[in-house]
Design a protein around this ligand. Structure first.
Ligand code: AMP
Length: 394
């Protein structure tokens, strides 16, 4: 997939509308608790500034359901951007209304304006044609740099591209480079690690990766559906009974394709889904009644570490246990440490595994941490992301 970027188009003096992902976490007072998504957008914004463009930024924040709601205002983002860019970033009071129109019609080269939360507009999530046209009318060029919402066909991610020359920013370019080359041309051995709560969320990814990887490691809550499908006792561990046949099929498919599929061999179990519950380690194939598996055990950590030795490409999505509970974070943390030491291309598919790696201060040790959990999963599944499809080909 080769999409045009802002480097392939003349932006000098032009009004450029950039769709960013400023969907940042905030505390109850609205203070931004993690500015990484804003920082991630800076290379594109700075490039446009260096090329004297007039920059109109837009993003969603939370789920305001199509109406103005101060709680979801992008004002804290405008303030943070002003600090980071050392340049006033003015916030419009609306998305396509009077304020946005006035501000964007009086711009000088190098000005930066942030539109209010696009999801204040009821048409945004419906990919409404009228809204797409109105957004497009504010600018001369459209840049999508919001990888986190590229799997959603909304007005500001997809519809707008029907009415303006549309290219990607540097963040989307980077995501496509890393995720794309992992899938198209991975250096081998290629190992994927999948965890998280549910098999049903990851069926597509498992199926797609079975055609690509040498080894597939499955941990987290989803492993129990596979263990049960093999006929093992899983106690009261999380399990999707309606996915047992599918799990069997996937195990057979792995076998046919010569993919080594690894499941946990020992499990850290508890009497309840709680950090305070009584806990112990048991064989993963014989989890006693009344106990549930909340993390992989030390033998499994060793097994997974051995499987990762010598890997040249690793893709990881989803924690290997309930890593929000300190007592059950060990499996996820040990595997993260192992990845940090590997001489391999390591790609983390956003979400909880990325958060765990950040918490451990290991982010710099990974080759690429995707900014889009859902979007990276869909990409790895081989699905076409509407926000990327809408951009011009090179
Ligand atoms: P996902 O969004 O599918 O990647 O799932 C992430 C969630 O899976 C995290 O909140 C983990 O707490 C949860 N999870 C991981 N392992 C388990 C487990 N053994 N039992 C229940 N939940 C789990």
């Amino acid at each position: 997939m080769n999409k045009k970027t802002i480097k392939d188009i003349d932006v000098v003096g032009k009004k450029v509308l950039v769709r960013c992902d400023f969907n940042v976490p905030q505390d109850e007072n609205g203070t931004i608790t993690d500015n990484r998504r804003i920082v991630a957008a800076l290379p594109t914004i700075k490039y446009l500034l260096e090329h004297n463009a007039k920059i109109i930024l837009c993003s969603h924040l939370g789920r305001p359901k199509g109406e103005f709601n101060l709680k979801y205002s992008l004002r804290p983002v405008a303030e943070e951007l002003t600090k980071l860019l050392e340049k006033k970033v003015q916030l419009a009071n609306d998305v396509i209304g009077e304020s946005a129109q006035n501000l964007t019609s009086n711009m000088k080269d190098g000005d930066v304006i942030l539109l209010e939360n696009v999801r204040f507009e009821p048409g945004e999530e419906k990919n409404d044609e009228q809204l797409s046209k109105q957004l497009a009318s504010l600018a001369e060029i459209y840049v999508n740099d919001a990888f986190g919402t590229a799997h959603r066909a909304h007005s500001s991610t997809t519809g707008i591209a029907n009415y303006l020359p549309a290219v990607s920013g540097f963040l989307i370019e980077k995501e496509l480079n890393f995720l794309g080359s992992a899938l198209e041309n991975p250096e081998r051995p290629f190992v994927a690690i999948l965890g998280g709560a549910k098999v049903s969320d990851k069926i597509g990814v498992i199926e797609a990766l079975l055609n690509k990887v040498n080894t597939l490691i499955i941990g987290g809550g989803m492993a129990f559906t596979f263990l049960k499908a093999q006929g093992h006792k899983i106690g009261k561990s999380i399990c999707e009974l309606n996915k047992l046949d599918l799990a069997k099929e996937l195990l057979e498919k792995a076998d046919e394709k010569g993919v080594k599929l690894l499941l946990p061999i020992d499990t850290h179990v508890a009497t309840d889904y709680s950090n305070e519950a009584e806990d112990k380690y048991v064989h993963s194939q014989e989890i006693p009644d009344g106990w549930e598996g909340l993390d992989i055990g030390p033998e499994t950590v060793k097994l997974f570490e051995t499987a990762l030795q010598g890997a040249k490409t690793v893709v990881w999505n989803g924690p290997l246990g309930v890593c929000e509970f300190p007592k059950f974070k060990n499996g996820t943390y040990e595997v993260a440490k192992m990845l940090a030491k590997l001489d391999a291309t390591t790609i983390i598919g956003g979400g909880d595994s990325a958060a765990a790696i950040e918490k451990m201060g290991l982010s710099d040790k990974m080759t690429h941490i995707s900014t889009g959990g859902g979007a990276s999963l869909e990409f790895l599944e081989g699905k076409k992301l509407p926000g990327i499809e809408a951009l011009q080909d090179k």
